[in-house]
Design a protein around this ligand. Structure first.
Ligand code: ADE
Length: 322
């Protein structure tokens, strides 16, 4: 919407804090509060830069967005969605948003720094993960996405590049710029049964058609009816599990069109060497019909993840990635 407001420069939301900790510092930050370092990542509409807060020495990843480009290319809504989602999905396995501010030309999102880069770089470096490592990261991804889904958020672009690793090698999911927030439905209502879709006037055909995630992780329903639901995130998780164990995504051709052909025909093979429980899980997740796909809750109960201590993931030592 051309008239829509940019993320407000004022009014940080109330934050809760653990008992006994010092009160959060709610002062509005400015670029001069930070010493900026190298580029951590670049997207179509943003650059993520390493930054250290001068007064405290705290390290952050600062996402910078060009205001004119965002308005020109009509991405204001997505910037607002990203900020709203980050405030909604506060979880140990999701990148935290500490502060936002703006100056004449840019918007700044001060994010939690994930020191060990993204899952894709590690997969490229080591080829593929051992079964225990793949199992552990599958569990952390499921834990984060289950929480997201419980808050009515669909990520829509889950892929190894958007799964970062912190200093302890635990995951931090990032990049909610293309996420969707489902309207809050009363429990037991028809809208709730429909996943909230029916009651959402803003999701017109035109709107729905505007976004398709990264080709390799794109679900068949997104290609057929351009409709994303929780099940589309589940499909992407299936692709990521496959990639962690095999070293490449299940659907990959020479170009996007050919990749989409493989997806809608469900043309993929799981190498014989892949763990039998993982194979069974991937096969179940990769159902063409989103209604047949397991929910995250159901995935958590599958044999591949059966031994997971779900409540202590955050405190466990991740198996080696190499
Ligand atoms: N690249 C993109 N976002 C990042 C973050 N929060 N931490 C480290 N690298 C990143």
């Amino acid at each position: 919407e051309p008239g829509a407001a940019l993320p407000a420069a004022s009014g940080p939301p109330a934050r809760t804090q653990p008992p006994g900790s010092s009160p959060p510092d709610l002062r509005k930050r400015q670029t001069k509060d930070f010493e900026f370092g190298g580029i951590l990542g670049e997207g179509s509409y943003s650059t993520v830069i390493y930054a250290k807060e001068t007064s405290t020495g705290r390290e952050f990843a600062v996402k910078m967005l060009d205001k004119h480009q965002i308005v020109r290319e009509k991405k204001v809504k997505y910037v607002n969605v990203e900020k709203d989602v980050l405030h909604l999905v506060v979880h140990p396995f999701v990148v935290k948003l500490f502060y936002t501010f703006q100056d004449t030309h840019s918007l700044y999102f001060v994010l939690e720094l994930a020191k060990n880069g993204d899952l894709l770089s590690h997969l490229r470096r080591y080829g593929r993960f051992s079964v225990p490592t793949a199992r552990f990261y599958t569990a952390e991804i499921c834990s984060a996405v289950e929480f997201m889904h419980s808050k009515g958020v669909i990520h829509r672009d889950l892929k190894p590049e958007n799964i970062l690793l912190d200093d302890r090698f635990h995951i931090k999911i990032t990049d909610f710029g293309t996420a969707k927030i489902l309207p809050r439905a009363a429990p037991g209502s028809q809208a709730a049964a429909d996943g909230g879709e029916a009651a959402a006037p803003e999701y017109t055909h035109k709107r729905r058609a505007s976004f398709v995630g990264t080709a390799e992780y794109c679900s068949p329903e997104l290609l057929n009816d351009r409709e994303a639901s929780h099940a589309s995130d589940v499909w992407a998780i299936g692709c990521i599990i496959y990639q962690m164990l095999v070293g490449r995504p299940p659907f990959k051709a020479t170009n996007e069109y050919q990749t989409f052909q493989l997806i809608i025909r469900r043309v993929f093979q799981i190498p014989d060497a892949v763990d039998a429980d993982a194979r069974a899980l991937i096969d179940r997740i990769m159902a063409l019909d989103p209604a047949e796909r397991p929910s995250i809750e159901e995935i958590k109960a599958q044999a591949f993840l059966a031994g997971t201590a779900w409540d202590s993931l955050e405190r466990q030592k991740p198996p080696n990635i190499s």
